[in-house]
Design a protein around this ligand. Structure first.
Ligand code: PLP
Length: 413
C-alpha cells in the first residue's frame, strides 16, 4: 500500500473529475470472490448489467462492455464503423476532443476539426475551450459536403478538460437539417449517469462511455452503445478490428457471456452501481449533480474568479473549471492544496494547462464533502496570495442551505 501511507488521518478528498470517489457499497460488492466466467451464475450477472446499462444509456439497443479504459472504447467506436481514409468531422471543445482527433489520424482516418475561432478578451483563453459545439457550424459544413464524403460526426458531450457540455440533440438536428447520412458518434465518458443523456431519443449512433465517472466505479471498463445504423455500418467498415469487433460480443452477450475473459469484479461493482442509480431514478441523479454544480459555481463567483465555461446554458453538472488570475500557476496552487489539505483537484490540460484547475462534483459526494473541498480551495487561494472578492465557502453554504437536497440522503446511500 505504498501510495496511501502518506495520508495521516481521515479520508483523502478526491475532487478530480474522474476517477470519482467510489461508494463503500460498490467497493464491498467488488470484494466478492471471482467466479467462473463461463458458469451459470455469471450469465445472470451478465444479463443483469447489460439490461441495466441500456436503461442508463436510455437505449433499447445493445451496449457493448469492454475491459478497457475509455480510450479503448473511443477506438472501438471508430474501428467498428469506419474504413481507411474516411473523412470524419470532429469538433474542438477541449483536450479530450483533441485526443480523439489524434486517435482518428493514427487510425488512418481524415479528421477535419471545426472550432469556434479566437481567444477570449478577458482571459486570453481559446474561445473553443470555453463554449460547447456550435451545431450551426456543423450544419454549414455538412451542407457543403454534397458528395457525402464525411462518414461520421464525432463530438464530446461533457468535455472533462473544461467543464462545458454540448447540446447533442442540436447536433442531431444539424445533421438532419443538412440532409446528411453521416453517423453520429458521441463521447459521454464523463457525462453518463451524471448529466442527462439519451442515446435513442437524440439519434446517436455510437455512444462511448467509461466506468470511472458517473457510474462511480474504478477505472477499467468502458462502453459502446450501438444503434441499428451503426451496427449495419460495422458490417461494411474496413478498419482492422478484432478485439473491438462488436459482432461476436453482441452475439455472446445474448446469453450473458463474453467471447473473452470479462472483468468479473468490476461487473459486480457495475451491478451495484446500477442498483443505486436506477433505484434512485435517473432524474434524481441528474438533479443531484446539477445542484452540486450550482453550489460550486456560487463559490467560484464569490471568489471573483472566471468559470472556464463561458456559456451558462452549457455548464457541466459534473465538474467546474476555475481560471486562475494571470501570472498564477494553477498547478502550483493545486500542489500546495494537495500538500497542505490532502485534496486532489483536476489539473488544466492541453492548451489551458497552468491557467485553470478543475473541481469534480461527482461520485460518492455530498454537500459536506463539497464544502470541505471548497474550504481547501479557498485556503489554498489565500495562501497563494490571490486577492479574492469574497468567500466562496460562505456563498456555497448559503446556496446549499437555501436549496435542500432533492433526494433524502438515506436513499442516496
Ligand atoms: N474522453 C473524455 C471526455 C474523458 O474524460 C476521458 C478521460 O478522462 C477520456 C475520453 C479518456 O478515457 P480514459 O482515460 O478512461 O482512457
Amino acid at each position: 500500500m505504498i501510495a496511501l501511507d502518506h495520508h495521516p488521518t481521515g479520508r483523502h478528498f478526491l475532487q478530480i473529475p474522474g476517477p470519482s470517489p467510489v461508494p463503500d457499497r460498490i467497493l464491498r460488492a467488488m470484494s466478492l470472490p471471482t467466479i467462473d466466467h463461463r458458469g451459470p451464475e455469471f450469465a445472470a450477472l451478465g444479463l443483469k448489467v447489460l439490461a441495466g446499462l441500456r436503461q442508463v444509456f436510455q437505449t433499447r439497443h445493445p451496449v457493448v462492455v469492454y475491459p478497457a479504459s475509455g480510450t479503448g472504447a473511443w477506438e472501438a467506436a471508430l474501428a467498428n464503423t469506419l474504413s481507411p481514409g474516411d473523412a470524419v468531422l470532429m469538433y474542438e471543445t477541449g483536450h479530450f476532443a483533441s485526443l480523439w482527433k489524434k486517435m482518428a489520424e493514427r487510425l488512418g482516418l481524415q479528421p477535419e476539426f471545426l472550432a469556434k475561432a479566437g481567444t477570449d478578451a478577458d482571459t486570453g483563453l481559446p474561445l473553443a475551450w470555453r463554449h460547447g459545439v456550435q451545431a450551426d457550424m456543423l450544419a454549414e459544413r455538412l451542407r457543403r459536403d454534397r458528395e457525402h464524403a464525411i462518414k461520421a460526426v464525432c463530438v464530446v458531450h461533457n468535455e472533462t478538460s473544461t467543464g462545458v457540455t454540448s447540446d447533442i440533440a442540436a447536433v442531431r438536428r444539424a445533421i438532419d437539417d443538412a440532409g446528411h447520412p453521416a453517423l453520429l458518434l458521441v463521447d459521454t465518458i464523463s457525462g453518463l449517469a451524471s448529466a442527462d443523456y439519451r442515446h435513442d431519443e437524440w439519434g446517436v449512433d455510437v455512444t462511448i462511455s467509461g466506468s470511472q465517472k458517473g457510474l462511480m466505479l474504478p477505472p477499467g471498463i468502458s462502453f459502446n452503445a450501438v444503434s441499428p445504423k451503426a451496427l449495419a455500418a460495422s458490417r461494411q467498415a474496413r478498419l482492422p478490428k478484432s478485439f473491438w469487433a462488436w459482432d461476436e460480443i453482441i452475439e455472446m452477450n445474448r446469453g450473458g457471456y463474453w467471447p473473452y475473459t470479462p472483468n468479473t469484479n468490476l461487473l459486480y461493482g457495475l451491478s451495484e452501481s446500477l442498483d443505486m442509480l436506477l433505484g434512485q431514478g435517473l432524474p434524481a441523479v441528474f438533479a443531484r449533480h446539477r445542484r452540486w454544480g450550482e453550489g460550486v459555481r456560487a463559490a467560484v463567483r464569490a471568489w471573483g474568479l472566471p468559470i472556464q465555461c463561458a456559456d451558462a446554458a452549457v455548464y457541466s453538472p459534473v465538474l467546474t473549471g476555475v481560471v486562475t488570475p494571470a501570472g498564477v500557476d494553477a498547478d502550483a496552487l493545486r500542489r500546495l492544496i494537495h500538500e497542505r489539505f490532502d485534496l486532489s483537484l483536476g489539473t488544466g490540460l492541453g492548451r489551458i494547462k497552468g491557467r485553470m484547475f478543475r473541481i469534480g462534483h461527482l461520485g460518492d459526494c455530498n454537500d459536506l464533502t463539497l464544502m470541505a473541498a471548497l474550504s481547501g480551495v479557498e485556503m489554498g487561494l489565500k495562501l497563494s496570495g490571490i486577492a479574492l472578492a469574497g468567500s466562496g465557502v460562505q456563498a456555497a453554504m448559503d446556496f446549499f442551505s437555501a436549496h435542500p437536497q432533492p433526494v433524502p440522503l438515506a436513499d442516496a446511500a
